[in-house]
Write a protein that binds this ligand. Structure first.
Ligand SMILES: [Zn+2]
Ligand SMILES: [Zn+2]
Length: 379
């Protein structure tokens, strides 16, 4: 095992030995667990644990790099997928800061050469490693407070959709920091468990604002052309996306002439439809569709450490005040020497670092953070 992996692993082991944040998921014995190991490809899957104590004992013994648990329940969780007998799956959502296209991201992103590990600030051109000439790089980001605020804003939108439009009780939505640059949501409401992949995909489409018909808000196509006429749906504009669009366009179900004019301004039926699409996507929440629609996946286990950062996937009781760089930074603080690969600025546990020197002695949580990101080596 590499020196880097040894340093990370020893910090993770200490965490799993002392941790207080790992709790048994509902119906633990019907879940599939999996984990990845340092220095190994792939995942050990199809594991089952009778109790949380048994799982934690395994974590302390094996010290995985990442730990996963199925959102699905199975009659036989350890059998191959086609023999597990699916019994339902928790409804989950994933918001990832990297999908939000925030303007600050290039300012704190780095390219780490896939061949030799050399790290450099990003440049716009085609990547070529200045140390070995390699053409492939992993792109890592040190999320800033704007990134986290961006994810929180998206998270709040998602919660609004869930509580206002889908009728999920707020107390049944558990919000977690993902351990790197986003948030995960687990719905604790058994009535969503039977939903199949298609039904979940429909929910994702609704929340993301995809595919609202122009007719739903009253814009119809006149026969044989792109001309429009307005006829509001009988069920009105008072709920869901219809209300959101009506509020945005400042119309109500008496605004026949006003809406007709808006549609004409946008260039008729097709133009209005394109504009409506753009508007609803902007108002929707940007969630990762695959996470929600895959009913057989294993998903990062709450309370465990994310090896992309050394931060924990941890519950956020108050999204507004949650600070991942303090609240999810749970590794020990023994001093660790590192060799920096490039200049890096970051903030952990309230302390700002701006490391440009070649070597530094840092608390384990900060050293592991940089090593996990590929921006420093254990010295
Ligand atoms: Zn290289
Ligand atoms: Zn940022």
């Amino acid at each position: 095992m590499s020196r880097n992996a040894e340093v990370i692993r020893s910090a993770f082991r200490e965490y799993y030995f002392k941790q207080k944040s790992i709790h048994a998921p509902a119906a633990i014995d019907q879940r599939e667990f999996g984990y990845s190991q340092f220095g190994m490809h792939g995942m050990v899957r199809h594991l089952s644990f009778k109790s949380i104590g048994e799982l934690i004992a395994t974590l302390v013994k094996e010290v995985p790099s990442d730990v996963y648990c199925s959102n699905a329940l199975y009659r036989f969780p350890t059998l191959p997928m086609q023999e597990k007998q699916w019994l339902g799956a928790d409804l989950i959502f994933d918001i990832d800061g990297k999908d939000l296209g925030l303007p600050c991201v290039p300012l704190h992103s780095y390219a780490v050469c896939a061949a030799c590990g050399h790290a450099s600030p990003p440049d716009d051109g085609e990547y070529s490693c200045s140390a070995c000439g390699g053409k492939k790089a992993d792109h890592v980001s040190i999320p800033c407070s704007k990134c986290i605020d961006g994810s929180k804003k998206e998270a709040k939108r998602l919660i609004d959709f869930m509580t206002e439009d889908l009728g999920v009780e707020r107390q049944n939505i558990d919000a977690y920091f993902s351990g790197n640059n986003g948030f995960h949501f687990h719905v604790r409401d058994d009535s969503y468990r039977p939903l199949d992949s298609q039904a979940r995909s429909d929910l994702v489409g609704y929340i993301a604002g995809v595919g609202l018909l122009a007719e739903s808000v009253g814009v119809r196509k006149a026969q044989g052309g792109d001309d429009v006429f307005v006829k509001f749906p009988k069920s009105g504009l008072a709920l869901g996306w219809r209300k959101k669009v009506a509020d945005k366009l400042k119309i109500d179900s008496a605004s026949i002439i006003k809406l007709g004019n808006i549609a004409k301004e946008k260039g008729g039926y097709a133009g209005f439809k394109a504009e409506l699409d753009k508007m609803t996507r902007e108002m929707g929440a940007r969630i990762d569709p695959q996470v929600t629609t895959d009913v057989h996946r294993v998903f990062r286990m709450p309370g465990t450490i994310n090896s992309k950062s050394g931060l924990a996937k941890i519950k956020c009781d108050e999204l507004d005040s949650f600070d991942p760089f303090t609240d999810a930074c749970l590794l020990g603080s023994a001093k660790v020497k590192v060799k920096m690969k490039t200049q890096v600025k970051f903030k952990l546990k309230g302390e700002s670092y701006n490391l440009s020197k070649e070597s530094a002695e840092l608390p384990a949580y900060a050293a592991v953070y940089l090593i996990c990101k590929g921006l420093a080596d254990s010295a």
